[in-house]
Design a protein around this ligand. Structure first.
Ligand code: AMP
Length: 470
């Protein structure tokens, strides 16, 4: 299929040519013609599917005609869960709308100063992309005029609900004209999202785009089981030295974990920076710019901060802390394999976190390969019979398991794990004495005859700062 068959305005077509797009993606092929009829849409589409253009292209076509209503408020409003995604969407609006000479856009996100946003709102604006919290602030100050609003887009609606924006969203929607077109995009349309979707739309057309097999096929997904925090750190140390790794997003469970791990990687000579929700917006933007222009090799991020990151050079995603939600896994791995490239996604999993893997595999419908690194194999083997057959049996077929259930008696998992550490703790190495990754750190003594010695040597080499980056 060609874009010319979708019925888009010539201005939008011209911008698409300039952007170098030739064929619409699945979600675009289905959602664009449907949205151009003016119908409400409920679209289940993953990140990386081309969903931004799917709602932005048909919405922008409206700008070819002047607004039928006087006023200076937005004609198109897009709500997104995070600042980064909002910035990305605003950028997309400017790209696809570049032929509309007088088009004005505004990005209203938290963490950014009010001054420039108020300045933007003091003039006529066509497209507003906002996070719900900051938009509410502007509404409460009486700065938003919805009289001209024609299209309301809820992007990543499931995520906005996860983040507790339900009340804000309902308040915002209640203030918009009933005549609006509503386009709701979400990874899932089930459960609470489905309920919200029914409340906010009228006779909506439902579009379910099959999970992006192509994109998923291009992401090589692997799991590494770890015994304890030290082992986990050793695995990470080995993974970040992979010669095929150009740039990576490393995910942690907490903001403090992101700070600590980025510091740890810097200590080991890598170009690493943290990205999380506690950072002021200008710092987040600067960090992302540094990732884009290749000055940061490892972006250590939390889920929320990483939403919407679209950097073609990201070759790897490393889930240092396994995601709690299967949806988060899909979003995380979607940071690699962008723009038609292939990517690698590696997840580090503690034995007590096996259920998380099962959830992910059920959700994606794909088993994840269990990998090991020579010299860094886990010493604990889970009981095969502890797993019920079906989707997600990554370890079940491992031959020769004769061991005990982890933590059940001698050869105890807890003894090996160094006591009270719990899986998913944000700073697992934090209380360990002086593990700095240099040659002078105390040698990790693996229990028994387990083959960690080679890894110990690997760790003893601390690279010079520039040595690791291309
Ligand atoms: P999204 O799912 O909206 O985050 O888009 C994922 C990536 O695909 C972005 O880098 C877009 O610029 C790119 N993209 C979107 N639509 C197309 C298309 N039709 N052809 C090529 N690339 C596209």
């Amino acid at each position: 299929m060609n874009f010319s068959e979708l019925g888009l305005h010539p201005f939008v077509m011209k911008a698409l040519e300039a952007a170098g797009y030739t064929e619409p993606t699945d979600v675009q092929a289905q959602a664009v013609p449907a949205a151009l009829t003016g119908a409400d849409l409920l679209v289940s589409a993953q990140t990386g599917s081309g969903k931004t253009a799917a709602f932005m292209l048909p919405s922008l076509c409206r700008l070819a005609e002047p607004s039928a209503v006087r006023g200076q408020g937005p004609r198109i409003l897009v709500l997104t869960p995070t600042r980064e995604l909002a910035q990305q969407v605003e950028k997309a609006a400017r790209t696809y709308g570049s032929e509309f000479r007088k088009m004005r856009t505004a990005c209203l996100v938290g963490g950014a100063p009010y001054g420039p946003q108020l300045q933007q709102l003091s003039q006529p604006v066509d497209v507003v992309v906002a996070t719900p919290g900051r938009l509410m602030d502007h509404m409460q100050r009486g700065k938003i005029d919805y009289s001209r609003l024609e299209v309301l887009v809820l992007d990543e609606a499931d995520r906005m609900l996860d983040m507790g924006f339900i009340d804000d969203i309902q308040m915002i929607v209640a203030n918009t004209p009933a005549t609006r077109q509503t386009l709701l995009f979400s990874a899932t349309l089930d459960g609470v999202v489905g309920k919200l979707a029914r409340e906010l739309t009228r006779d909506a057309q439902r579009i379910e785009v099959a999970r992006k097999e192509d994109a998923e096929a291009q992401i090589d997904q692997k799991l590494h089981f770890f015994d304890d925090p030290m082992h986990k750190m050793r695995l990470l140390d080995s993974l970040v030295r992979d010669a095929t790794l150009k740039q990576a997003v490393v995910f942690t469970a907490t903001k403090a974990g992101a700070e600590d791990l980025s510091e740890e990687l810097r200590d080991r000579g890598f170009l690493a920076e943290a990205l999380h929700g506690d950072m002021p917006q200008h710092k987040r933007t600067r960090t992302l710019d540094r990732v884009r222009n290749g000055r940061v090799q490892f972006l250590v991020a939390t889920d929320v901060a990483a939403r919407g990151i679209d950097v073609a050079g990201i070759s790897h995603v490393i889930n240092f802390d396994a995601p709690r939600q299967a949806e988060d896994y899909v979003h995380r791995i979607g940071r690699t394999g962008r723009a038609g490239r292939s990517g690698t996604a590696v997840t580090l999993v503690g034995f007590r976190e096996r259920h998380l893997v099962r959830n992910i595999e059920r959700y994606t419908g794909q088993p994840i390969e269990v990998a090991t690194i020579p010299g860094l194999e886990p010493t604990i083997k889970p009981r095969p019979e502890g797993f019920k057959s079906g989707a997600g049996k990554p370890w079940g077929d491992k031959p020769g398991y004769k061991g005990k259930r982890p933590g059940s008696g001698s050869g105890d998992w807890k003894a090996k794990s160094g006591g009270g550490w719990k899986d998913g703790q944000s700073k697992p190495w934090g209380d360990k004495p002086a593990y700095k990754g240099g040659a002078d750190k105390p040698a990790y003594k693996p229990t028994g005859d387990k083959p960690h010695a080679a890894a110990g040597q690997q760790q003893a080499h601390k690279p010079k700062r520039a040595e690791r980056f291309w």
